[in-house]
Ligand binder design. Structure first.
Ligand code: FEO
Length: 172
């Protein structure tokens, strides 16, 4: 496997791993602040990031490279408000999108079209994740600090997680 591509893929492994830790911290904060729906959403999101990491690691190894298991770094644990949680979620996803785009660039520069094809799955995934993060953040901005609004937002998020879990089980 092309060394530059392998390094970039392992760098992405590290980012997906950190994303998983970061959303786990958000889930734990939400759980400790009575936001059960948000906690479930973030626990699920954390699992998805771990899946993104594993998918990359398997690809690197299958293509003759060596996947590196990254060190676990501690994410921020305090978020102050639910609005702040979702602001940080969107901000983080934008950073991940930049990193994926950089990976696409490297694949093209190195003429590694197989990895380029593989990375397209992440390009689509980032589109979806950014759109969802923006939608949720827009809703929270509308709600402002209204406790009743936040209660309904959190309850709706719990329903959303239950529905998407059911869909995943049915298509599995
Ligand atoms: Fe794997 Fe949310 O990016």
């Amino acid at each position: 496997m092309n060394t530059r591509v392998e390094i970039a893929l392992n760098d992405q492994v590290e980012k997906e791993s950190f994303s998983s830790q970061f959303y786990l911290a958000m889930a734990s904060w939400a759980e400790n602040n009575g936001l059960n729906g948000t906690a479930q959403f973030m626990y699920k999101h954390s699992d998805e990031e771990r899946f993104h990491m594993l998918k990359l690691m398997k690809f690197i190894n299958e293509r003759g490279g060596k996947a590196v298991v990254p060190a676990v770094s501690q994410p921020p644990m305090e978020f102050n408000t639910i609005l702040n949680v979702f602001e940080q979620l969107l901000h983080h996803e934008l950073m991940v999108t930049d990193s994926i785009n950089n990976l696409v660039d490297i694949c093209l520069q190195e003429k590694d079209y197989t990895t380029h094809n593989f990375v397209q799955w992440y390009v689509s995934e980032q589109l979806e994740e950014e759109a969802l993060a923006r939608t949720l953040l827009d809703k929270l901005k509308l709600i402002g600090g209204d406790a009743g609004g936040i209660y309904i937002f959190d309850r709706d998020l719990e329903k959303f997680v239950t529905t998407t879990n059911k869909d995943t089980q049915e298509t599995a």
